[in-house]
Design a protein. Structure first.
Length: 356
């Protein structure tokens, strides 16, 4: 199943099934067996399970989507799950703790590890191993799960698009619109939505109590496309807030690059330690699985340098750079044959590597 021709055939089936062209979708349905979908709970996480229409055991994939309010029920996520099942994979798409709300914490990572461990125990899982797939923050979570000592030996490979690998860099990006380049900072403006995700993640990482509840509630109803997603935080009364809550407010509302480092240092030590645990780069020496990553030359959320830094730190990581990506979405056009070839090569390697 890991041969290159088979990987090409599987990728063709995936692309045809997810295509918006009715003829391609029809051909994929004729050439492949219908998948069987069911809603289950795995390690406490609600999940969609897509079974291939053939005998098992087979390669098992855990797919982790990015931050979206619809979670696993997002139409694109559901289409991809069906497409991978048509290509012969058993596919599990969990809703991890906090992910749909944009609250990325150690609890989110623990949920990813728990789901991965449970999936590897299934009788359908070939050789008791799984592949991890991700998009955007979902790729980051897949990498973190693969680094966890409970799961690392059972991960055949990780593949994903446009991750971040250093959470501190992400906070800096979201708040100041700058990114480290050597000893200087380069301007790298990002969408306001990233600031909302960072603020929600930091608020959720506060110690339990009234302040955490207040900050989370203030951010909970903000729309993803809000022009000023942190306006509610600016309007909060600071009197009576705890030092950790004030530190989070000061950091998330700051826009001056020179103030970032001292403000980040003002976070409680436990929160800074949690930031390291949310950074695949911090534990790159524990990454043993084969890793295939792809990113645009200038991604709108996470700079290419995030993936390249991980590749320098872990020899098992390969990075494909292609303009045929727009963050999590492919830009497939016949006018850019080179980009298309790069994206195709990444897809083939990803599917080949994740075949247990």
């Amino acid at each position: 199943m890991g041969s290159s021709p088979a990987a090409h055939a599987r990728l063709l089936a995936v692309l045809a099934t997810t295509s918006r062209h009715p003829l391609l979708r029809g051909m994929a349905k004729l050439a492949t067996a219908d998948p069987r979908l069911e809603e289950i709970v795995v390690a406490g996480a609600p999940a969609t399970l897509a079974r291939p229409g053939r005998a098992w055991p087979c390669s098992t994939l855990v797919f982790i989507n990015g931050v979206t309010a619809q979670g696993r029920r997002h139409p694109d996520v559901q289409r991809l799950a069906r497409a991978l099942a048509r290509a012969g994979y058993l596919v599990l798409v969990p809703d991890l703790t906090g992910l749909s709300r944009g609250e990325i914490t150690a609890r989110t990572v623990a949920a990813a590890v728990d789901v991965g461990c449970a999936a590897a125990e299934w009788p359908e899982a070939l050789d008791g191993r799984i592949g991890l797939l991700g998009v955007s923050v979902g790729t980051t979570l897949a990498l973190l799960a693969a680094e966890d000592r409970r799961l690392a030996a059972r991960v055949s490979a990780v593949a994903g698009i446009a991750p971040y690998t250093d959470f501190v860099n992400v906070i800096r990006l979201a708040t100041t619109g700058t990114y480290p380049s050597g000893k200087s900072l380069d301007r790298y403006p990002v969408p306001a939505f990233l600031g909302l995700v960072v603020a929600r993640s930091l608020a959720a990482g506060l110690p339990e109590g009234a302040d955490r509840d207040l900050l989370r509630a203030t951010l909970a109803t903000v729309e993803a496309d809000a022009v000023d997603p942190l306006g509610g935080l600016r309007r909060l009364r600071r009197a009576g807030l705890s030092p950790p809550a004030l530190a989070v407010l000061d950091l998330t509302l700051n826009r001056e690059p020179r103030r970032f480092d001292p403000l980040y240092a003002g976070l409680p030590a436990k929160m800074r330690a949690s930031g390291a645990r949310l950074s695949p780069l911090a534990a790159a020496d524990r990454l043993r699985a084969s890793v295939e990553l792809a990113s645009a030359p200038r991604d709108k959320y996470f700079p290419l340098a995030e993936s390249l830094a991980l590749a320098r730190a872990a020899p098992s990581v390969r990075v494909t750079v292609t303009p045929a990506l727009a963050h999590a979405d492919p830009r497939i056009t016949l006018r850019d044959l080179r980009g298309l070839a790069e994206l195709w090569g990444f897809g083939v390697r990803a599917l080949r590597s994740t075949a247990a």
